[in-house]
Structures are given as structure tokens and as C-alpha cells.
Design a protein around this ligand. Sequence first.
Ligand code: SER
Length: 881
Amino acid sequence: MKTDKIRSLFLQFFKEKNHIIVKSGSLIPKNDNTLLFTNAGMNQFKEIYLGYKKNHTSSYTSSQYCIRTGGKHNDFNKVGYEPYHHTLFEMLGNFSFGEYFKETSIVYAWEFLTHKNWLNMSKKKIWITYYYNDIETKNIWLNKIKIKPNHLITIYDKNNIEYHSNNFWKMGNSGPCGPCTEIFYDTRKKNNTIKNHDELKKYCVEIWNLVFMQFNQTKSNKLIELPIPSVDTGMGLERISAVLQNVSSSYETDNFIKLIQFIKKNIKIKSYNYISLRIIADHIRTATCLISEKVIPGNEGRSYVLRRIIRRVLSHGYFIGLHKPFFYKLSEFIINSMKQMDLDFNISSNINFIKKTLLSEEQQFYRILKIGMHKLKKEIIVNQNKKLCEKKIFHLYETFGLPIEITQDICKEKKISINFQKLNQIIESNKKKQKKKNIKKIQNNSCLIYVTKKSIFDGYYEYVKKSKITQIIYKNQSVLCLSEKCIGTLVLDITPFYGESSGQIGDSGTITNEKGKFIVHDTQKNGNFIAHQGYLEKGILHVGKNVVAKIDVNKRKKIQSNHTALHLLHAALIKKFGLNVIQKGSYINNEYFRFDFICNNNITEKDIQKLEIIINKKIQKNIKINAIITSFSRAKKYKAVYLSSKKYKNTVRMICINNFSIELCSGTHHKSTGKIGCFKIIKNKNIGNSIKRITAITGINVILYIQKKTQKEKKIKKLLNNNSNDTYKSIKNLVKKIHCIEKEKKDLTNQNILQISKNLMSKAYIINNISIIVSYISHLKYTMLTNISDIIKQKKESVIMILINKNTSITRFLISVTNNIIQYINAVDIMNIMLSLLSGTGGGNKNIVKGKLNNKNITPTEIKKIKKKIIKHVYKNNVYK
Ligand code: SER
């Protein structure tokens, strides 16, 4: 049975059981920061499970695309090596919220799997697990389904930790959870028995998981009963296809076979490694889908996962001989095969964007690989092919992006040992450091956790408000009053203070009454919870007392100039580069604003100038700005710009600067554009693949910026000390002069080197026509030794030379032997002779060896001794007679 047929049968089965078919939800969970990616079919119903959203039609069914490469469910390392794991897979599921529970869902699953009208699978091959204290489920299987008792396996908690079990399913570290019963299929040819859990894992494949959602796990690890017990089931489509198509891995099912054939056709190489092929096949599906959801390879969060996926493929590609971009071409197959699917994310309209993004990541990776490989090879030579320090491997990865897998494989090939335990320790400790940094970031707004009273924000156009203190937080506790000079958080019933959100920083100002004056440094917000953080400069403040809340108006006006200018910039970019400009993030304060966005075009200096003109013209026109409260669907009709990663409520706030810019936004803005004064872009750079960052300033800050620049220019003029008005021309002349001087210096050095080389040749000891040179050169850079060696080799046919150099505190050497004699004596032999007299290390090839000596100073006597020993060796061994 074909995979597509199985999917449609499943949906049809549950449709006949009165379920509503829903689309596969987005791969990026909306408004849910507990998850990196959609990891199960139930995610799109999370709010219904938790009782936050009332459900009117009770049961649904879907085929949901899931990603399991991060967070609680992470199969990344298994992919390619194990038969049924994928980073992206389709999960067939049925979901009920109060309509039916354990018995009906088990009866449905059994009917779909075993009834002749549906999948018609052999009952003898099916095995079931249940959670040890879920006796109701056990009895349904035994008494209702009449499964043989020996086909039922009890699963306990791991390490005796309550609810920590294969049969207690959790969405993430928090969220809906509950006991589950899993259905397994024995893949062996004969009908054998399964005695325990270990045999089950060895011989069977898990095909369906029926979860009975009963609890919500809170962030503090408490389990709270859900308002209505619900059902969430999930069956991996790729797995059930493998079972029904009687193949031993999901990579051999119909759709995967087609994909792998396409890959083979597109990447012509001599021999295919099947693990690499599987990894390529799996990862191209995930990468294509993620990019279609506007995730861009990068160094954090989702972007980092995507980058890891792509770089792993490229590393595997590298080992099977693919040294040029190839991966981007494969996305076409995925796009074509998914075109017909009813998805909540749009794949086919993003075809160019997906290809361009992949190609540019590939190009960047190959550049990194080239530098990284060069550094690695150098490191291997210096360490004489023996051992590579783990810190160095990590450094190559962290600084040059050289994947650890590649370093490992090269070391394996060269038989260089790596201490994996030590390497893992370094990786782990680095992760911890990173985590600490992130925690610090989060702590910044941790006061919000303690805010329990809601506030009304009334500060779009009002800057002073009479309000009442509803809560005071001091040292993470709610208190009744705050005393003089104490740092704390105040919550008010109504406030003109804007809490940090939509990229806009929070307001500062004062909260006062006759008894006290509180200085607000920052305002944070989460929904209707608004926290004023600051300190009580004088007096005392009590909960329940009236106060006057007054924001720093001057600062706010500067912030909103920047915010409105950001909308103008966003609109101008869309007008110029089209809808492929997608907002990725923003930061707005009273000094400047930053706008991060995806754009495949290169933004030139000319574009920047044009943007500045367009925006300043809009400012001069003093266009009225309207903030309109409307419905989300109406806003979409107006073609308002909004964030696709954000879930909007039905009622939204739309900021309109006539038809030029219409954008959903909760931030604060001026009433007309003239208030911005003027606008200037101060930075334009690429901060990642296709992600650009523009930094700009407005109003008085533009004047200050220009004054600073002018001041600097004046200083430069003074420094140039000439009367010319054209600073650019003066500097150009100066640069020209520097180049000339540098050239002269280089010529002098070359002459010097030539002279040194001549001297060395004149002092060479000649035996059997071979010139033997051993010399200590201290006044040149080490890199110059190679030039000397090259000059001498050009002039003399047969040379053995040791050049020792001490320009810095390190004593280094270069040994060079001409090609015609390396069959008798090579550079490594010479090094060994030298190292029998002096201690040190080095490595290289038969022609050239480089290394370090441990002796700080080399005496003329030592030089003589080395020379003598080499002459003796040449003489004794009749070299080149
Ligand atoms: N949520 C459960 C799982 O992912 C069942 O769908 O296994």
C-alpha cells in the first residue's frame, strides 16, 4: 500500500467517525516559546487541551509534519543510522476533547489496524504496552479487545521517578501530558513471542501511540489535572508505510525510494555510502520545509538547528566526494512532491527563496571548510601526525566552523588518536557557559514572574496618569510597602508607561505621591501584566495608595520617532525589493533603531541613499498617522504587514501612514510623520545568510551624528596639515605614498635576503657536489626563511640546509633538501640528526620540515656540531656520489 494511500485512508477512517480533518499546522509553533519546533500532531490543539480555548466541535484528525531535532524529543543523532528515525516526519493522529476517551480510542485504533476494510494487519504480529498504574487501559485491551495477555507488556517508571516513563508522554518540559498505550509491530518473518521490553525494542517497531492527556505539567514540575481528559494519538506515517510495504526501514518505502533515486541522479559520484545517502534524503526534507517557514541558517535557536542539519549533510557529502554546492538542487524534489499537500505553510511559492538560501549557506560552508581544513592540516603537520589536542579540535570548530565530524574522520584516516571523553567535556562546559549567558538575559525581566495584578495601559497619547498602586514586589516577594532607597517593582491599576514589547524598549519616568518618589528605570510587560522597575529615591510607598505616574516624555518622543521611522523604512524596503523583504526582528530605543530582515538582494550604498531620500520626503510631507483597531481578517484585506511567527488576537492595532505603510503594531507612534524631524541610516550589514541589519537614527540624533562626523573631518584635515579642501584627495595621495614606501621596503628586504642567501652559499661546505648549509639567522622574520631557501634552491642543484631563526622568543627551524637527493637523505632524516643534538619538535615532508627548538639560544659551537654530523652522515652513506 502506497504511503499517500495510507494517509488518505487514515483521514477517511476518522472522518467516518465524525472527526474534522485539519491541515498540518505550521512547523514553527505560534506564540509558544516552550517548543522549538512542532513536535506532534497535538501541538496545534494545546490551548484546547489546557482549557484556554473552548472547543465546540470535539474531535479532529490530521496528518501533521513534525520536527524532532531539538528540545525534549530529539532524534538528530539517530537519523541515517537507525531505520525508522527522521528529523522530519508525518504524524497521523486523532484528537478528542471530552467526546471520547480511552475505550473508544483503543477500539478505533484496533479497527483501523486490523479490520479487513482498512489496514487488515495480522493480530498475531501486534504487541501492546501500557503504563503500569493505568489499569483501566490494561482492562480495555484484555476485556474489550480480547488481546492475548502475553501480548500486553507493562512499562514502569524509569529509575523509579514518577511519571518518567516511555509510557507517560510529555509534549516538552512543560505542557499537556498523560499516560499512553503504544502499539508495536513485530517485523520478523515468523510469528514469535516477545518476552519483555528489551525484546520488544529489538524486534518490533512502534507504530502508534495513544496518549490519554490528563495533566498539565507546569514549569515548576507540578502536574495539574486538565479540565477535560482528552485523547491525542500519533502514528508515524513513514513507519506504518514501511510495515505495510514489508521493508526493513522507512528509507525503503515508495516516497523515499523516489527521493533517493532523484538524489543519485543529481549527485553523480563513484560510490554511494548508504548512511550518507539516507542522511541527505532525510535532511533535505527538513531543510526545505524549515526555510519555506522563513527559518534561515544561523547561530541561535531554530536557525542553529537548521545550520547544523545543512552542515551535517555537507560534511557527509564531502566524504563521498562532493566538494561543490549540490544540496540546494535537491530541494526541488521536495517542493514538487509536497505541492499538492494541504499545509498551513507555503512551500511552492518559496521555491527561489529556498534554493537561494541553501546555495548561499553551502557556499559559505565550503569557504569555511577550506580555511578550516588548511588549519587542520597545518596542525597535523606541527604535531607530526601523532596526536591532536582536543582543545584545538574544539577551537577549529568554534572559530573556523570546521565540523567536529570532519576533524574526527580525517584523524581516523591518518590514525591520529582523539580523546573523546575530553572532547565531550570541553563541548559540555562550553554549552554550560552559553546557558549561563542566556539565563542572564532572561533574568532581566524575571520580576514579571511575581506580578499577579493586571494593569491597563493608557499611554499611547497620554504621558501622565493618576493611578493606584496594586502590588509592590521587593526581593521577589509581594510586600505592602516599599521603603526609602530600596530597589523594587511597582504595579499600577492604570499606567502611561509602555512595557517593553514589539522591539520597543520600556518607558522610564517617575511614580510619585506626597509621601514618596519612585524612579522608574525600565518597564517590562507580559500581556496585561506590567512591571515598573526602579528605586524609591525618597519617602515610602504603600499598596492601595494613589500616585501620579509620569513618563520621561522627551525619551518617549525619541523612541517613537525611531519606531515610526522603522515602519517607514520597512515599507520603503518592501516597495524597493518586493515582498521577499521579511521582518526578522527589531530593537528600538531613544538613541537609534535596528531592523533585521531577510532579503535576497544585495543592498548597496546607492540603495541606502535612495531609502534615506524616500523616507525624509515622507517625513517632510507630515503625513497623518492613524492607529486603527480592527479585526485581523480585515487587516489582512488591507494588506497590512504582520509577523507570520506571531499569533494575533481577533482584534488588532493597525498603524497606517496613509497607504505607504500599513503594519500591525502595539508600539507607540507619533500622530504625524513630521515629528520625526529627519532620518539617517548609519549602518548596513549582513548578519547571516540573507539576513540584513539596518541601523538608523532620527531627529536631533541625526544632527549630533553629523556634527560628530564634521568634527572628525576637521581633525583629520588638521592632521593632514595641508591647505587642500579635498580631504579625500589628500588621503588618497597619502595612501599612494604609503604603498610606494612599502614597496621600497620590500625591495630592500629582498635585496637583503639575496645578500644573505649569497653569503650562505659562499660559506657552504661542499661534499660530493652537495652544498651543506647550517646557519643561525636572528634578525629576520621566520617567514623569510622560506624565501632564502627558495633562492638557494634556484641557484644550487644539490643542497641540504638547516636555517635556525630566533626573531621572537621562540627558536624555530626550517630544513630544506633539494629533490634530486631526497632518495638518499631527506629533510626528516636531517631533522632527526639535528634533534639528536638539540631537543625540539617538527614535521613536514621529505623536501621541507618546519619545527621548534626547546633551546632558547643556539651557540656557534652547536651549529658547528650539527654541520659536522651532517657532513659525516653524507660522507659515510656515499650520498649522491
Ligand atoms: N503526542 C504523541 C506522540 O507524539 C501521540 O501523538 O507520540
